[in-house]
Design a protein around this ligand. Structure first.
Ligand code: MRU
Length: 350
């Protein structure tokens, strides 16, 4: 099943906010609906966002209305992953040729990501086997599986490939605050693939590495800068520091569509801040709270009730909620794309 696709004239995608509780497919007929889905992370992950952006332009092209405004909305729906703006621009460049040409380009973006996932899984698995020893115990962060791509995935694709080769020791999936993409999505994907895993609480990674329980860290990227700096889900930098301190490899797996030679380094990248409510509301996205209310027959129910117009469960005070961080290239052992392995530890450059 594809995470996102064009089906009979509309965009269909798996609603990632409903997982792991419910596997729901959303059918989106308008650009406004798609932009809202992108912003609430119903569809997320850099490669999937690139496809969503491109398919969004196809939606706009197939309906009456202002395509320039639609392109602008899509391109700026989220700022950090380079794939989104890139996918939008690629499809938008075909607008003068008509709606069918735009759709063809969007489907090419989709197909390229599918092909990239398969190639990255193999190259990534080869490198992890080489760097991390036999049957490595790997830690991964956030979600980089099929849900973040279209099928396959990036870093998790390489982990799954090692499992297929019967060459995987163990997997730790860090829970990934604030929306728990690791605990909800990576765990769900690993479970479906029959891979034994443990979820690690978010702050535990560096300590587990120091205690000798991890042979390598493998994760994805939302943007890779010209100097090799890696922008990825918040918490990535801490894992890189932990890996360096523990002397274990820190490997990034991402498609060429995430490599951004036009951005010199991480300091130039806009880091999305997702606001306080997302952090101060028990870590559950709003869409899950109804479920929680239904399931909960303990005293927690009272705490989940809306109070004073504030989202359920929100405490007092403010929060800081950067969705991503910057890992300096010096901390990265290697970057794997579908075409190459860049050994930053040996002085190779993007
Ligand atoms: O905010 P998200 O869930 O869209 O961010 C995705 C990530 O940060 C992932 O960690 C990732 O590595 C990029 S997608 C393979």
């Amino acid at each position: 099943m594809r995470t996102i696709d064009w089906v009979d004239g509309a965009v269909e995608l798996i609603d990632q906010t409903a997982l792991p509780g419910r596997l729901t497919v959303l059918r989106l007929d308008t650009v406004d609906e798609l932009v809202a889905a992108i912003q609430r992370l119903a569809v997320r992950g850099a490669p999937a966002l690139g496809v969503a952006g491109a398919l969004g332009v196809a939606l706009a092209a197939h309906r009456p209305g202002d395509t320039t405004a639609a392109v602008h909305l899509l391109e700026h729906a989220r700022p950090t992953a380079v794939n989104l703006a890139r996918g939008v621009r690629r499809a938008a460049a075909r607008l003068p040729e008509g709606a069918d040409a735009v759709l063809a380009e969007a489907l090419t973006v989709r197909d390229e990501e599918i092909a990239a996932s398969a190639a990255m899984a193999n190259l990534g698995a080869d490198l992890l086997a080489e760097l991390c020893g036999e049957r490595p115990r790997l830690l991964t962060h956030c979600n980089t599986g099929a849900l973040a791509a279209v099928v396959g995935g990036t870093a998790l694709g390489a982990v799954l490939e090692l499992h297929r080769r019967d060459a995987l020791g163990a997997v730790l999936a860090s829970e990934t605050r604030p929306l728990l993409q690791g605990a909800r999505l990576t765990a769900w994907e690993l479970g479906r693939a029959g891979v034994p895993y443990r979820v690690a609480v978010d702050g535990a990674g560096p300590f587990l590495m120091a205690r000798g329980e991890v042979d390598g860290v493998v994760l994805g990227a939302d943007r890779i800068c010209a100097n090799g700096d890696v922008i990825n889900k918040i918490g990535t930098y801490a894992h890189a520091l932990g890996a360096r301190r523990a002397g274990i490899p820190f490997v990034v797996v991402a498609p060429e569509s995430t490599v951004d030679p036009d951005t010199a380094d991480g300091a130039q990248v806009e880091i999305e801040d997702r606001g306080a409510a997302e952090v101060l509301s028990y870590g559950h996205p709003p869409e899950q709270r109804d479920d929680l209310r239904e399931r909960d027959d303990s005293g927690e129910r009272d705490d989940l009730r809306e109070r004073d117009g504030r989202p359920a469960g929100v405490g007092a005070g403010d929060a800081v909620n950067p969705a991503f961080d910057v890992t300096p290239y010096e901390l990265v052992t290697a970057i794997v794309t579908e075409r190459r392995v860049i050994r930053l530890d040996r002085g190779e450059r993007v």
